[in-house]
Structure formats: C-alpha cells, structure tokens
Write a protein that binds this ligand. Structure first.
Ligand SMILES: Cc1cc2nc3c(=O)[nH]c(=O)nc-3n(C[C@H](O)[C@H](O)[C@H](O)COP(=O)(O)O)c2cc1C
Length: 210
C-alpha cells in the first residue's frame, strides 16, 4: 500500500487513508430508502455518513485487502454494499450486461484494488478480480516474503512498478500497460516450489504442539 502512496505523494496527490477495521460501518439492511425515500442518503447513521461523499468525489479509490478464504475481507465487502446510495435505481444494458447509473460520482474515478495473500498462486485472487472487474489490480501472492532480504530482491521490480503506478496515476490519471502488467505477480513454478519449501522449513521450526 505504502509504495503506491509514496509515488502518488511525489506527484502532489492529496491523500487520505482510512482503515475499514477501525470504522463503524453497519451492514446494508436492504431497505432501499437510499433510492425511494431519501435519494442518495442511507437510512443508517454511522461512519459512512462522512466516508461516502469522500468516496464519491475521489479521483482514485485505492482499496487494500488481504485474501481470506479466497475472498476480500468481509469489512471491505460491507463497505462496498453500503455504496448503494451512489447508484440510481434505473437499469441500463451495455454490451449485454445490466447496470445502474452512478449518482453524484466522480466519473473519472479510477479504482485500484490491492490484495495480498499467503499462498503463492494467483488463483487466490479470482473472487477479488470478479468483484472489481474494472479496477486496476495489484495482486501480490505470498506477500510475507517481503519480510526477507531474498523476497525483497525478488519483488524489487513489482515494488518499483507500484511507485510508478501511484505517481503516474496521480499525474495523468493513467498507468501504462507495461506498468500494469507488473502489478500482478505471477511466480514461475520453481519460485513457487522454493517459497513453499522455505515456508515449510520455517513452520516446522516453530516449536508448538500441533
Ligand atoms: C482467516 C484467514 C484466511 C486466509 N485465507 C487465505 C486464502 O484463502 N488464500 C491465501 O493465499 N491466503 C489466505 N490467508 C493468508 C492471508 O491472505 C495472509 O496472511 C495475508 O495476505 C496477509 O499477508 P502477510 O502474511 O504478508 O501479512 C488467510 C489468512 C487468514 C487469517
């Protein structure tokens, strides 16, 4: 998360950071008041009162999540459900898929979804990708290897690409295709083998009764 923000900050971006785990965000109750009773306003009072307008205005929404059980964390999903007031009730069909038009939303907004997981395989991000199909994806499998010198060396190109992505997105609203490609880390088979054996070695050295 930080490397991207460093890039954005170099380009003079105005950055606000919020941790979903610290916020009071209740689950959507499906009352549809935000469509039919008080258009654009949720019936519930909590931290979404101030967060939603910020989310609507932002040029970039940079969302971060670990992968838990092949999915984004539930805190982020709850936040997502509560963005219903930013949609209008009408439906329209585009290229065979049906959508709701956006309400009061920065039309140029770019969403970046950054996810990390423990296993070395990209398949762990399948749901995350499906939930945010139009986002710029930052997927880092076996993220914990950044804790070792060898891991930081292996991921040096990825980390540099992250900073470039943050900077260029803040400067021009775009990220070059060759940079985007580097934001999804796809380890070759032999690297996965190495990651797994090192992990098993260190896990075997933890002396507890399992
Ligand atoms: C409840 C739970 C479920 C998890 N499920 C997955 C999973 O399905 N796939 C995976 O690769 N990692 C899984 N992990 C590992 C986390 O994704 C990993 O610890 C997280 O990305 C944080 O990265 P870090 O170890 O670098 O802090 C899970 C962790 C927890 C606590």
């Amino acid at each position: 998360m930080n490397r991207f923000l460093e890039g954005a900050s170099q380009a003079g971006a105005d950055i606000e950071r919020h941790y979903v785990t610290d916020l009071d965000i209740k689950g959507c109750v499906g009352c549809f008041n935000c469509w039919w009773v008080t258009p654009g306003r949720c019936s519930q009072r909590d931290d979404m009162d101030w967060l939603l307008p910020k989310m609507a205005e932002a040029d970039v929404l940079y969302l971060g999540t670990p992968i838990y059980h092949y999915n984004i964390i539930s805190y982020l999903q709850r936040l997502r459900e509560r963005t219903l007031p930013l949609a209008m009730p009408e439906m329209y069909i585009e290229e065979g898929d049906t959508h709701h038009p956006a309400r009061n939303r920065n039309e140029a907004q770019v969403t970046v979804l950054a996810a990390v997981c423990g296993f070395p395989d990209l398949v762990n991000f399948r749901q995350a990708k499906g939930l945010f199909p139009n986002a710029v994806h930052v997927f880092l499998p076996s993220a914990y290897i950044l804790g070792s010198e060898a891991g930081r060396k292996l991921l040096g190109g990825f980390m540099d690409a992250l900073e470039t992505a943050g900077r260029t997105l803040a400067e021009s609203g775009e990220i070059a295709d060759e940079v985007r490609e580097q934001l999804i880390v796809d380890y070759p088979e032999e690297v996965k083998q190495e990651i797994v054996s090192r992990y098993n070695e260190s896990s075997a050295s933890i002396n507890i009764d399992r």
